[in-house]
Ligand binder design. Structure first.
Ligand SMILES: [Zn+2]
Length: 154
């Protein structure tokens, strides 16, 4: 399978990785948080079709369906694309917004990227393959709200 691109360029630092608890309803982090700056362009990692560009619970979200049951969602992103639009790998879908109140990225600005396969959240990083530069794990302490589990602890 062809590898995906990082949605931020150059390859961003990983602020928080993907993790799920032992049960579907357990607290977890169903995506990855990538360090960014407000206004930075957000790119489609893989070709597809925009299936959502709007606001969910106060947060602007763009979702792209890639085929094979895979859907990427990015937030908080101010969309520059419309629902139904075809995008290529590297197409700018919008620009990253500063973390809003209640964002689990605070005090940082970061891109939350979730990927669902047939409706189940999976780790986006598995699609990226090896690429130099990114995946610098930053300290988690202040980024993890109380009540959320830590990766690898359950
Ligand atoms: Zn997140």
């Amino acid at each position: 399978m062809q590898r995906w691109l990082w949605p931020l360029r150059p390859g961003p630092a990983l602020v928080r990785g993907f993790f799920v608890g032992p049960q579907p309803w357990s607290p977890g982090h169903r995506g990855v948080d990538l360090a960014g700056t407000a206004g930075q362009p957000v790119l489609t990692p893989f070709p597809g079709t925009v299936v959502f560009a709007g606001v969910v619970a106060g947060t602007p979200v763009v979702s792209v369906e890639h085929g094979d049951g895979l859907v990427s969602s990015f937030e908080p992103v101010r969309a520059q694309v419309r629902r139904g639009q075809t995008v290529n790998a590297g197409t700018v879908i919008g620009d990253l917004l500063a973390s809003g109140p209640g964002s689990h990225c605070l005090p940082r600005t970061c891109l939350h990227w979730g990927v669902r396969r047939d409706g189940t959240y999976v780790d986006p990083l598995q699609f990226l393959g090896a690429e130099p530069g990114p995946a610098v794990l930053l300290p988690l302490a202040e980024a993890v709200p109380t009540g959320l589990g830590q990766p690898g602890v359950s």
